[in-house]
Design a protein around this ligand. Structure first.
Ligand SMILES: [Zn+2]
Length: 426
């Protein structure tokens, strides 16, 4: 049986993690926000790594950095896309996204060291701005490829007046809305992304590789409660129309409801009210209005529809018991993104050949691959994440864990290449 060390070098991966980690706001490790000076420097470093590995670099219209290793045969060739992202959240970790980019680069090193020319082009990608940014849009690069970046998004400004479209143009993208899905979508054999799990299932099950079954739907709703503001001293309790009390009822009930649906459906299902504004927000005023944002992630659309129906009932009930008007608006919604079964089975086979344990796993978080899956075959593999900690400086996975995942990718690329007619996959 092959060993993962045949295919990858954990030391080289560890060195890459350390070097990228140095591109951070010094007072707030690890912070490399998209379009920041640290991000620009990280990009330059990565471009150097890509070039040193013989990749031909370019920035696509959406601002993603793409390193191309040309395959054999006449153009136009089929292509395989492998990547992740190097931007971080504020005070984030060293591995979220970075592990996937460095693992993709390991494939190129292996091919170079063994003088292998693939029958298709290999594209290693740093997707632009995967993390949610101050302009309110995550996954900038992959959304652009999927035809989902609009003029409205690009026109948004941050508090310093920086326009999103202008920032994308500054780093080499077009700064223009997507004209549609990638023009070469029909030539894409598949897309792979390695990522840390960002939860602790793999660690607690002692499994090396998680084969992602789907990336959850992400829905956001605005819930507005309108009551009646009044003097906190003179407004008697009986008959108050306190918007904050009604909001509190909803927050508690939403948490209970989500827990019940998660248990009954036995699929990933989480609902969070993480943002609330109370008006007028004064210590001596009965709150007259409350505005909340509900964030929902579900592995199954059925669970979400059940939740929405129950939420509407709950809103009606609360509005009667608390004598407030309550409305719900959908702010954003993206459907569940199922991963490609054929690509998953290749990842499973190659993991087994390396003696690595696998298990199917739902992604809790959103990823670039969700957008890629809208126009191409796509699959993700997760590697263990220590204690499930992510989006924080304590985030950790070992270089060996990344190397195991990278070895699965190397073998999967070779398996795709060995198929005499790669298009047969499609
Ligand atoms: Zn990520």
């Amino acid at each position: 049986m092959d060993d993962y060390l045949t295919y990858t070098k954990p030391d080289r991966i560890a060195a890459g993690v350390d070097q990228l980690a140095a591109f951070t706001e010094p007072d707030r490790p690890y912070t490399r926000l998209v379009f920041s000076a640290e991000f620009d420097a990280g990009r330059r470093w990565l471009e150097d790594q890509f070039s040193a590995a013989g990749l031909v670099c370019n920035i696509d219209a959406g601002g993603s950095l793409i390193g191309i290793r040309a395959g054999a045969g006449a153009e136009p060739r089929a292509k395989l896309i492998i990547g992740s992202h190097i931007d971080t959240v504020p005070a984030g970790g060293r591995f979220d996204g970075i592990a996937g980019v460095l693992a993709a680069l390991e494939i190129v090193h292996y091919l170079n060291e063994h003088d292998i020319t693939l029958p298709f082009d290999l594209e290693i990608v740093d997707f632009l701005g995967e993390e949610l940014n101050v302009w309110g849009t995550s996954c900038l690069g992959s959304r652009h490829m999927a035809g989902l970046i609009t003029a409205e998004m690009l026109g948004r400004k941050d508090q310093d007046g920086r326009c999103l479209g202008a920032e994308i143009a500054r780093i080499g993208g077009s700064g223009k809305p997507s004209a549609g899905v990638r023009g070469d979508a029909d030539r894409i054999l598949g897309c792979f992304e390695l990522h840390i799990e960002q939860a602790k299932t793999l660690q607690s099950m002692l499994v090396d590789i998680g084969l992602v079954t789907e990336i959850p739907s992400i829905y956001r709703y605005g819930i507005t409660v309108t009551g009646q503001a009044g003097h906190s001293g003179t407004t008697v309790m009986d008959g108050r129309r306190d918007a904050a009390v009604a909001a509190a009822d909803i927050i508690t009930a939403v948490s209970d409801l989500a827990g019940r649906i998660e248990a009954e459906d036995n699929r990933h299902f989480v609902a969070t009210i993480g943002k609330i504004d109370i008006f007028p927000n004064g210590a001596a005023i009965v709150p007259g209005r409350a505005e909340m944002t509900l964030d929902l992630r579900a592995a199954s659309d059925r669970s979400r529809l059940r939740f929405e129906a129950a939420l509407d009932k709950l809103i009606k009930q609360t509005s009667m018991t608390r004598n407030c008007q309550i409305s719900r608006d959908q702010l954003a919604g993206a459907a569940v993104a199922p991963m490609d079964k054929k690509l998953i089975s290749i990842l499973a086979d190659q993991s087994a050949r390396l003696g690595l344990g696998t298990m199917p796993i739902s992604s809790g978080a959103g990823h670039d691959t969700a957008h890629l899956s809208r126009f191409a075959r796509a699959a993700m593999l997760f590697i263990p994440c220590q204690d499930g900690l992510s989006h924080c400086p304590e985030e950790f996975t070992s270089a060996d864990s990344i190397a195991r995942g990278a070895a699965v990718l190397v073998r999967s690329v070779l398996a795709l290449a060995e198929q005499s007619a790669p298009k047969g996959l499609i």
